[in-house]
Design a protein around this ligand. Structure first.
Ligand SMILES: Cc1cc2nc3c(=O)[nH]c(=O)nc-3n(C[C@H](O)[C@H](O)[C@H](O)COP(=O)(O)OP(=O)(O)OC[C@H]3O[C@@H](n4cnc5c(N)ncnc54)[C@H](O)[C@@H]3O)c2cc1C
Length: 381
């Protein structure tokens, strides 16, 4: 069994209790970043959970980070404002040089440096990462970056960006995922960098980022040139498991909220929860959530044992996203018209839960992964 991290969960719940639904609603309405919430989490050390102790973090296992994000979502909040730091940091930890680790990790752990932005997706390259066109051309001691990223969340609330760019033209590589490199871009005062907010269905502080001859010192390249796609892939299992944990948290919130409302709302002189038509979708969502939770735990067990867990991490993400979406649907339906009223938070959480069918990896691509890598069916794309 995976550790439950009861004390950590209690601490996260205590922090979240200071940020009620009204806090998230107001930010959502104005599409503002939850600065106070992120600062509170940073101050508590939660965002440094995965940074090893030698670099000033708590050196906890992935299951602790999963517990933190699950509790944030189960409390009605959203970890999207800060979750990326937990997994993007892993790219520096696993593939960075000693000097890079010493330079960045202690300051990230201390909350002096924010590594919240992760620039991979572009207008013509989302699912198909190998199609990215942003280039980083080497000129002596610097790389000169040109191109555009899209959906770069939190760029305006981060000091650093983990950036994937093409260092060798696609035509000159054996595979289109070769020739990509990862950089730590210090965005503070970077010349030629323009960030444009992108208003979206959810309050995710997401942006478009334009690069016009932006210079990045060679010393900021992580690992070997051209191997960036592999480094990013390495972090994907952790990302999928953590997102799955957020979905489990969302599903818990929807099920609890729907259940409470079904007990208290009286129609035709009795609680609506007495009707099987109202009970069953909630019960079904609860069962789906518990099932998905087991897959998240299996993925965590394998991950923490250092075993391969690509299939389990992907399945955990898909099943948890499906469970949270089913729970969202049941919760909204249970609330009838009130589900659409902002003050119940259901419509906000409903919009937020929908994202996980698409990002950071879409359900179709997970199914394609299972078909190809687990079942041995021909690659479909
Ligand atoms: C709110 C938000 C925040 C985000 N934050 C970030 C971020 O911080 N950093 C970042 O780099 N990216 C981010 N993204 C981007 C996200 O990762 C992409 O949207 C996602 O990878 C899908 O890419 P796409 O939008 O280009 O869709 P496309 O690749 O154009 O796909 C469109 C649809 O076609 C389907 N499809 C495509 N190919 C196949 C196939 N072969 N078989 C079956 N179905 C297929 C997909 O499943 C999808 O449903 C964010 C997105 C959103 C919406």
């Amino acid at each position: 069994m995976i550790e439950r991290h009861g004390q950590i969960r209690d601490s996260v719940r205590a922090i979240c209790a200071r940020f009620a639904g009204s806090y998230w609603r107001e930010l959502d309405r104005e599409r503002r970043y939850p600065t106070a919430f992120v600062e509170a989490l940073t101050a508590s050390g939660m965002l440094a959970a995965l940074i090893p102790e030698e670099y000033g973090g708590s050196g906890l296992k992935l299951s602790a980070a999963a517990a933190i994000l699950e509790e944030i979502h189960a409390s009605g909040g959203n970890g999207g404002a800060c979750h990326a730091q937990m997994y993007t940091m892993g790219t520096i930890l696993r593939h960075g040089s000693d000097a890079q680790k010493r330079l960045y990790l202690p300051d990230i752990a201390a909350g002096k440096l924010r590594l919240q932005a992760f620039g991979v997706t572009e207008p013509d390259a989302g699912t198909d990462t190998g199609a990215i066109r942003t280039t980083a051309e080497r000129h002596g001691d610097v790389y000169v970056v040109n191109g555009q990223k899209l959906w770069t969340s939190r760029a305006e609330h981060s000091d650093l960006m983990l950036l994937l760019a093409r260092t060798t033209p696609k035509e000159k590589t054996a595979k289109k995922t070769d020739g990509l490199s990862v950089f730590v871009l210090d965005m503070r005062g970077a010349k030629g960098l323009a960030i444009k907010p992108l208003r979206a269905m959810v309050n995710h502080a997401t942006t478009e980022v334009f690069f016009d001859n932006v210079e990045i010192p060679v010393a900021n390249r992580i690992g070997a040139e051209g191997k960036g796609f592999r480094y990013i892939l390495d972090g994907m299992n952790a990302e999928r498991i953590l997102i799955a944990a957020e979905c489990i948290g969302d599903a818990r919130w929807f099920v609890e909220t729907a259940t409470a409302y079904a007990k208290s709302r009286n129609v035709f002189g009795r609680p609506i929860g007495q009707n099987q038509g109202v009970q069953f979708p909630i019960a079904k969502a609860y069962a789906a959530m518990r099932g998905a939770e087991l897959m998240v735990q299996e993925a965590l067990v394998l991950y923490e044992a250092g075993a391969s867990c690509g299939a389990e991490a992907n399945m955990a993400k898909m099943l948890a996203a499906d469970a949270s979406w089913a729970a969202a649907e049941a919760c909204l339906q249970t609330h009838g018209g009130f589900g659409f009223a902002e003050e119940y938070d259901v419509e906000r959480k409903f919009r937020e839960a929908r994202l996980y069918q698409v990002a950071p990896v879409s359900t179709n691509l997970i199914l394609a992964y299972i078909a190809e890598h687990v079942l041995g069916l021909p690659r479909s794309y």
